[in-house]
Write a protein of this length. Structure first.
Length: 228
């Protein structure tokens, strides 16, 4: 395998941001592992990437299924020999209600999307990333600054994202001497239509490219603000 080629796992791969992440790193010559729930969209993205079979892994998966995620990690590691990076982009938003107005099902949904998916992914993929021969690894998520300064009527989302961030930032401490870094990119909103109303996917991916570089080897356990 090309010594500079890494294997990158992208979850939520068929979303706007995941799509751009996959295409950007594929164009840089890396192996791409796509994990998503939508088979039709996953097939479409795989075709768009136009990668040779030896550089692409695509799987539909429920990230709440811990054993399935472990099996997926083993399959990715087996195909590419090593796993170098996890970019986790799954998760939605539920809000607009005060805590007394909120319901337990919505809270469970937020915890599932953000905290539990992250827990399963870190448990399954981190050992493979840490075991790479290059002693080099990256874990990246995207979150919001409400985890630092909560806003009204966002309690369920904020609590779930705070749990997710805690998992990632704790991982950064646990593996800080291994060459693996784990970081959080903070945005207030993602500007999907380039209307100058938030952070664009291209701006987010640009920061991911920096975190992926050797120049960012000492950036670890950070919440990186990417908003004005």
């Amino acid at each position: 395998m090309n010594a500079s080629r890494k294997t990158i796992v992208v979850t939520g791969a068929t979303g706007v941001l995941g799509n751009l992440v996959a295409k950007t790193f594929a164009e840089r010559g890396h192996n791409i592992a796509l994990l998503d729930r939508n088979q039709e969209k996953l097939d479409s993205l795989a075709r768009d990437l136009s990668l040779p079979p030896e550089r692409l892994y695509a799987q539909t998966i429920d990230l709440l299924d811990g054993p399935a995620v472990h099996d997926s990690a083993a399959a990715v590691a087996s195909k590419f020999d090593s796993v170098h990076a996890l970019i986790h982009l799954v998760g939605g938003w539920i809000g607009g209600k005060t805590i007394p107005e909120s319901n337990a099902d919505d809270f469970a949904s937020m915890l599932n999307q953000h905290a539990w998916t992250t827990f399963h992914l870190l448990q399954a993929f981190t050992p493979h990333i840490a075991a790479s021969r290059e002693a080099w690894g990256r874990v990246i998520i995207v979150s919001m600054p409400v985890t630092v300064k909560p806003s009204a009527k966002m309690a369920l989302y904020t609590a779930a994202k705070s749990a997710q961030e805690s998992l990632v930032l704790t991982l950064a401490e646990e593996y800080k001497d291994s060459g693996l870094t784990a970081n959080v990119i903070h945005v207030k909103s993602i500007d999907m239509k380039n209307e100058n109303k938030g952070t664009t996917p291209a701006e987010i991916v640009s920061v991911m490219e920096y975190l992926f570089s050797d120049d960012a080897a000492k950036v670890n356990g950070a919440r990186i603000p990417l908003f004005g």
